[in-house]
Design a protein around this ligand. Structure first.
Ligand SMILES: C[S@@+](CC[C@H](N)C(=O)[O-])C[C@H]1O[C@@H](n2cnc3c(N)ncnc32)[C@H](O)[C@@H]1O
Length: 296
């Protein structure tokens, strides 16, 4: 099934032919590093070119998130320049810096990946934003290093799937959000169709994943004492972005192989192909959630 709606202005979604998929590798997926390698080499020309070809506008995102979509999520949060926003799993720091620049907010980013936090801090310094954008290494599954009611908003894009301690994550968000304040997150791996064990292994080859069926996030949000205000199916963006990312990497394979090595390059291509197929066929869905902490 094809995506019902796609972001119109960027290139058309390339098809990933089934012959691109190495069946042998598909049967025996192994762990393949995405985040260390990407964040360590984030500013290399070839990675910048790939992001431009993939996202249209490169703000340093490392997810299925285009700028149009990020802007829409930001609009759900009613942000003002005096607000302090937490970006959970901030990756390279690109989206956090974009947000600080666009809305004037103070932004704190946390990520478990040290190379990501280093790249993010360098980005903020280079953009002269170090006075209002900062990054810290922290595990989102654990108690967060912030006092109660300290944030006006939380953003967490395409990372909830890495948080198996999800009730604790929502309880922490409730603790650190101010009363009446909101959080937006996406879960890119909600199981909405039949998937084989090999497909799940391909999809999760880059690290720790928790796959949930529809209803689980909704229930955990309420159990944690947050209210679900809105949810939206944003699977089409993941199908589109994963298809483009795969195609762009393929075009730049000679340069990428020098950075990643042959094996990791092939493993990552399998990963992007799996994301594209599973989202394009709506067997895994990507859902955006807007939640609010009650005033009392
Ligand atoms: C798909 S990337 C998304 C990054 C960023 N949100 C963006 O849109 O570019 C997922 C991020 O989750 C981070 N991550 C994985 N497990 C984590 C954890 N337990 N705590 C904090 N961050 C984590 C990874 O290091 C990675 O940067």
């Amino acid at each position: 099934m094809r995506p019902a709606t796609i972001t119109p202005h960027i290139l058309a979604t390339p098809e990933i032919e089934s012959h691109c998929i190495d069946r042998k590798a598909q049967q025996m997926p192994t762990r393949v590093d995405l985040f260390d390698s990407t964040y360590t080499h984030f500013t290399r020309q070839v990675l910048e070119t790939i992001r431009e070809e993939t996202f249209g506008q490169d703000i340093g995102q490392n997810s299925w998130n285009t700028v149009e979509e990020y802007d829409r999520f930001l609009s759900w949060l009613d942000l003002l320049p005096e607000h302090h926003v937490l970006e959970v799993a901030s990756g390279s720091g690109g989206p956090a810096c974009y947000l600080a620049d666009r809305l004037g907010c103070r932004v704190t980013g946390i990520d478990a990946n040290e190379a990501g936090v280093n790249a993010a801090a360098q980005r903020a310094a280079k953009l002269n934003q170090a006075d209002r954008v900062s990054f810290t290494v922290a595990d989102a599954n654990s108690r967060l290093p912030f006092v109660n009611d300290s944030f006006d908003a939380i953003l967490c894009i395409d990372s909830m799937n890495h948080f198996p301690n999800r009730l604790k994550v929502f309880q922490e968000w409730r603790r650190i959000l101010g009363p009446g304040r909101r959080a937006v997150f996406t879960d890119p791996v909600v199981i909405t169709g039949p998937v084989t064990n090999d497909e799940l292994a391909q999809r999760s080859s880059i690290g720790l994943f928790l796959f949930v069926p529809p209803g689980v996030n909704e229930q955990l949000i309420e159990t944690a004492g947050l209210h679900l205000l809105r949810q939206e199916d944003v699977t089409a963006n993941a199908a589109l972005v994963a298809g483009r990312w795969h195609a762009s990497r393929q075009r730049h394979q000679d340069t990428l192989i020098k950075i990643e090595g042959k094996e990791r390059f092939a493993g990552l291509q399998q990963f992007f192909a799996a994301v594209h197929h599973l989202t394009n066929e709506r067997r895994l869905s990507r859902i955006a959630y807007l939640v609010e902490k009650p005033t009392k």
